[in-house]
Design a protein around this ligand. Structure first.
Ligand code: PMP
Length: 404
């Protein structure tokens, strides 16, 4: 059991007021708030351990290098990767997917080859493939879903052809909350000899992820969604795959030798980390991972499921509500519309009551098209949210509903 009141004290922003009302922060799928230890890690990093890494012989540079490499090992343990060489620091999920989309298609795909995505992907797992598709003539195929927001695995199996080269799907939908059966999705792809990329932006903050158990080729996530800083994220890749792929960007740090005639790229993971990495961000991300590990991923998952059940029960009782995403396996996200009230109006009026929710298409326009809507209101929860905050949300929605 988590002591929520004590935990909330770790997050100073949660006791802020907006418009003279206590902040009710229910936009955790967009970004999470930061515990004190993460912010302090950044401050201490810049005050005490700030020197460019990997290149320096001097004391500070070596300390900073060690801290960065220790952070990589923390991520390795967090994902249960076999080796820290399989952990590449990036700017976040989006950059990680762009890296794979670019390097994988360069190495492994030619005109007419196919990649399988799902209908519920975030734009960051669609657009990078479209950019490559336009350049290289590859084709995108899409796994459909049912009314509850579950991917149709029988339809998925039918999408494989002898031109399928990669499957790329999200672990948890940022709109519907659906927890996709990624282990099964991966196993099905492997039966066809096809590697898989999983977008873990919405899973890693909420559940234990074990990349070896999943047997996944590529797994990506963002620091800022898991209580870490913005501007840092992770690409996990199986060593044999990262070895095989060409670099994404060129520059310092990623080479072993350079001459105008020939450049030899560096070893893993440096081959994919051109330029000065965010070596303060990596250590702060590691701090965030230690923080959630300290709370226990199982405790976090149990707490968030309790909040989701409570919120679903309470919101379901509101007149005229439509909830999008009713899969039995669901993360702590509630997307909804009330009658004909526009999602922006609902969001703006809730904001005036101190309640932060997200409105719009949530960077998932193809999913909105499949649902036949333009957007939703989305409340997304973290372990630090309370049932009282959900009550405030429900009262707020009722108030807005009565105004219309
Ligand atoms: N994928 C999913 C499922 C997401 O929810 C998000 C963020 N909303 C992203 C990718 C992109 O993450 P980032 O902006 O941190 O790169």
């Amino acid at each position: 059991m988590l002591d929520i009141q004590t935990i909330r004290e770790d997050f100073p922003i949660l006791s802020h007021q907006v418009y003279g009302k206590p902040l009710v922060y229910l936009d955790n799928a967009a970004t999470t708030q930061k515990p004190r230890c993460v912010v302090e890690k950044i401050e201490k990093g810049y005050y005490n351990v700030n020197a460019n890494i990997h290149r320096g012989v001097h004391f500070l540079s070596q300390e900073a290098t060690e801290a960065h490499e220790e952070a990589r090992q923390t991520v390795q343990r967090f994902l249960n990767a076999r080796s820290s060489d399989e952990i590449v620091f990036t700017r976040g999920t989006t950059e990680s997917i762009n890296l794979v989309a670019s390097s994988f298609t360069d190495e492994c795909m030619s005109a007419g080859d196919e990649v399988i995505l799902s209908v519920m992907e975030h734009h960051s797992n669609i657009v990078p493939w479209q950019i490559q598709a336009a350049k290289k003539g590859i084709t995108i195929r899409v796994i459909p879903m049912n009314d509850r927001g579950e991917l149709l695995l029988d339809e998925y199996k039918k999408l494989f052809t002898d031109r399928t080269r990669l499957v790329a799907v999200s672990h948890v939908s940022n709109v519907l909350g659906t927890v996709n059966p990624v282990k099964e999705i991966i196993a099905i792809a492997h039966e066809q000899g096809v590697p898989v990329l999983i977008d873990g932006a919405q899973s890693t903050p909420h559940m234990k992820v074990d990349v070896q158990d999943l047997d996944v080729e590529f797994y990506v996530f963002s620091g800022h969604k898991i209580y870490g800083p913005t501007g840092i994220g992770v690409l996990y890749g199986k060593e044999e795959w990262l070895d095989r792929l060409p670099p994404y960007q060129g520059g310092g740090e990623m080479i072993s030798s350079v001459s105008f005639e020939k450049t030899v790229f560096g070893e893993l993971p440096f081959k994919f980390e051109a330029g000065t990495p965010d070596f303060i961000g990596s250590t702060a991300l590691a701090e965030a991972l230690r923080y959630v590990d300290g709370l226990g991923m199982e405790n976090i998952a149990a707490r968030e499921q309790e909040l989701l059940r409570y919120a679903t029960d309470r919101l379901s009782a509101i007149d005229g509500i439509r909830i999008f995403g009713n899969a039995p396996e669901k993360g702590a996200v509630l997307s909804f519309l009330i009658g004909s009230i526009h999602h922006y109006d609902m969001g703006m009026l809730l904001d005036r009551l101190g309640i932060a929710v997200r409105t719009g298409h949530h960077c998932a326009q193809p999913l909105m098209q499949a649902l036949g809507i333009e957007g939703t209101v989305r409340a997304s929860f973290s372990f630090y949210n309370t049932k009282e905050e959900i009550d405030t949300l429900v009262e707020g929605i009722e108030r807005v509903r009565k105004m219309f």
